[in-house]
Design a protein around this ligand. Structure first.
Ligand SMILES: [Fe+2]
Length: 260
């Protein structure tokens, strides 16, 4: 069995501290979630960070991100994705020089895990470029006997929040065309929505993740924060293709702290 942990939307600022007045300190929030992972979960086979890792894509933010990870979860296998707030080249430089994977894929036991880039420079909504779709197709074709899980920053289906659904993935049908050719794809993880979400499409679990920082209120017409705590997603990938998953919240790492 492969144990995967997902954290998302860490939104570290150029400097430590809140990225907006009234928000909690993003660095502090991430540290608390990492402490909870160490306290509550066995060491995973992969910790997957699904984008918006920095609020402003400054090299200093990525350096602090890697320092925090190194301090709290030293030696854990890590993979990352860029979000709309990130700068792909800066993030790639930081991750690859530390020996971590950005996008790319890993074979783990009976599973292949594929990160897919959907970040478009200067744009909140996401798009998967043709070369990235071809890479996904190639990886899945090369591993026909493996179960597959993909991760992407942007949600691949509407989540019922009008403002968020305008800035989701703009070409989901291109992705679904690939997935429909590969029936062993079992799940698609994403970030961006700062909330728990679970749906299903043709046997593929579609799973959203809370942010480690600020939560968005589900079902909102317009941008609205939620009072939920920060959180993470745990997944157990079984050799027969089954997936067990849950979202865990981290008490004390919520917006109350922002007011304190
Ligand atoms: Fe975000």
């Amino acid at each position: 069995m492969q144990r995967i942990l997902q954290i998302s939307d860490t939104h570290l600022g150029r400097e430590p501290g809140p990225i907006r007045p009234g928000y909690p300190d993003s660095d502090h929030q991430l540290a608390r979630v990492l402490e909870a992972l160490v306290r509550n979960e066995p060491r995973p086979d992969l910790l997957w960070l699904t984008g918006d890792l920095a609020e402003d894509p400054a090299p200093e933010a990525y350096t602090r991100l890697l320092d925090l990870l190194d301090r709290h979860v030293p030696g854990w296998p890590l993979a990352g994705l860029a979000g709309n707030h990130d700068e792909w080249c800066e993030l790639d430089r930081a991750f690859t020089s530390a020996g971590h994977l950005l996008d790319g894929h890993r074979v783990q036991g009976e599973w292949v895990l594929v990160g897919v880039n959907s970040a478009v420079p200067g744009q909140a909504a996401g798009r998967i470029e043709p070369a990235e779709l071809e890479r996904l197709e190639r990886v899945l074709t090369r591993h026909p006997a493996h179960w597959a899980m993909i991760a992407i920053h942007h949600p691949v289906v509407p989540i019922g929040s009008a403002w968020m659904d305008r800035i989701g993935l703009t070409n989901p049908d291109d992705l679904f065309a690939v997935l429909d050719r590969h029936p062993r794809v079992r799940a698609c993880l994403f970030g961006h929505i700062h909330q728990d979400f679970r749906s299903e499409r043709r046997g593929v679990e579609l799973l959203g993740c809370p942010s480690t920082c600020i939560q968005f209120a589900p079902g909102s017409e317009r941008f609205a924060l939620d009072t939920e705590h920060a959180g993470y997603r745990m997944l157990e990938l079984h050799p027969d293709g089954r997936i067990d998953t849950r979202v865990e919240r981290v008490p004390g790492a919520g917006p109350e702290e922002a007011r304190a």
